[in-house]
Each structure stands twice: as C-alpha cells, then as structure tokens.
Ligand binder design. Structure first.
Ligand SMILES: [Zn+2]
Ligand SMILES: [Zn+2]
Length: 269
C-alpha cells in the first residue's frame, strides 16, 4: 500500500498532469483502471458480490434495488401520483429550465453514497453515480441537448473539497452519452451559504447573482448536471443565466431527487 506521502505525491502529479493535459490524464487513469479491473474484477460497493465488468462497482441486484424516482414531474422531477402528471408547483409557476430528469430518490442507499462522495472524500463514487445517471438517461433515447454543464462550485469551496462533485458526475455522463462537457461555460462568482443550512424559502435569494455565464456563443441546448436536486433554486439561477446568454432549451439532470418545494428537504448542497 502506498504511504500517505506517496499518495500525496501521486495526487500532486495527477493534478499537475490534469491541469496541463486533461485529456491525457483521463486516458492514463482509465487505461490503468481497466488494466487493474482486468486483473481484479470490481466488486459491488454495497454488497461485495461481483460488480459489472469492466469497471462498474455495483452488482446488477443492487443497481436494480436502488430507489427509483418514478413517476416524477417532467418539469422538476418531484414525485407525482401518476406518470406524465406535473406537480402543483410547476403548474403554478413555470421554471427557468424546460425539463428535469432525476432517476433516483434521495433515500438509502443513494443518500449514503452521495454523502460519502461529497463529504467523506470518496471521489471514486462519482463513477457509480455518473454511470447510473448515464444509464438511465440512455434508456430514454438520444439526448436532446448539445452540451453538458456541471453546476460550478465557488473556487474556495472546490479547493476545500478537492473536487467539484457535479463535475465528476457530469464527466462520466458526457463520456457515456458522447456529449461535450463544457465546464467553463459558467462560473460561480459569489461565495454563498451552504444551501443545506438554509430553509427552502431563502435558498433562491442565497444563490441570486451567484453565476456568470461565459462564452460568446453558448450552445443552444444545455443539460445542467448536479448530484442532488432539492428545491431547484441553484439550477434555476444558473438556468436564468444560460437563458439570458442565448440558450433555448435547458434540462436539469441529477442523480437523486430530495423532497423540495419548501417541504423540509434536507439534502446537503
Ligand atoms: Zn451488490
Ligand atoms: Zn414539477
């Protein structure tokens, strides 16, 4: 096993390589991972049964048992009583984005996977969450967007966490669906309070003016990717910026849907 010092050196080297040649770094990482998984097939993260070759750390049984978010509102992915029905909030007030697709509910074990991914530094769980989201998206047919945009983190928060969890998930989704990842399309220009610490009613004002959309010619159709969708205040603010910059069709894709609309949602941001 590598010592902490060795791990630190490897991480520093990977970061430096990724900074100058991100495509090469990803290919080197994927190639070494495929080789390792050829020698040692992955085991399921949840039950330790064999995973799914070549590199998916969930067995088919555990994948099938995850809490699906269906039926869900086409506008915001909130649970609804029947397929195709829109929730009361979306019927009352249209959202800044056109559609939302969130295949799982923020319940055990998805909530645990996301918590470990986001707050305990288990960045490798991004592969599981990103692959799950990509698989469920692929089942719906060809994507109706031209690019994928992860919700940006403020640089200070990203530096503290070491990665942007939305960027990790979006990378796997973009790869799997053959879409360009346009992480530089927007940036967070204002450091905001943790949304999880705030009641739903003030989340919208907390993120107002938090994003800047860059690029003279943004793609016409964009999917915003996040890990958890709760009230939608963050993605709504980002969608407004994209719309003002010229985007015509905006979807929101996330791995898990927590309860929202001010009903006491507690998914961490
Ligand atoms: Zn399993
Ligand atoms: Zn809705």
């Amino acid at each position: 096993m590598a010592s902490p010092t060795q791990n630190g050196a490897v991480t520093q080297y990977s970061k430096a390589l990724a900074a100058c040649q991100p495509g090469i770094a990803r290919r080197v990482y994927d190639a070494s991972r495929s080789l390792l998984h050829g020698l040692f097939p992955p085991s399921c993260y949840l039950c330790l049964d064999p995973g799914q070759p070549p590199a998916f750390e969930l067995c088919p049984g555990c994948e099938g048992d995850l809490p699906r978010n269906h039926p869900a509102c086409p506008g915001c992915a909130a649970p609804v009583p029947e397929c195709g029905a829109w929730c009361a909030a979306c019927r009352q007030r249209p959202r800044a984005f056109d559609a939302a697709f969130v295949p799982y509910r923020y319940e055990f074990p998805m909530a645990e996977l996301i918590h470990r991914f986001k707050y305990r530094g288990q960045v490798a769980l991004g592969r599981i969450l990103g692959t799950l989201l990509a698989r469920r998206l692929a089942e719906r047919g060809p994507p109706r967007v031209d690019a994928v945009l992860p919700v940006p983190l403020h640089p200070a928060r990203e530096a503290r966490r070491g990665y942007n969890q939305a960027r990790e998930i979006a990378g796997f989704v973009a790869d799997a669906l053959g879409l360009p990842l346009q992480a530089a399309l927007a940036r967070r220009i204002r450091h905001t309070e943790e949304q999880a610490a705030l009641p739903a009613i003030v989340r919208a004002s907390n993120v107002r003016g938090a994003f800047e959309v860059r690029g003279a010619v943004p793609p016409l159709r964009v999917a915003i990717v996040d890990d958890v969708l709760t009230t939608g205040a963050t993605v709504e603010e980002l969608a407004r910026g994209l719309r003002a910059a010229g985007c015509r069709h905006i979807e929101v894709w996330a791995a898990a849907r927590a309860a929202g609309h001010g009903d006491g949602a507690q998914a961490p941001r």
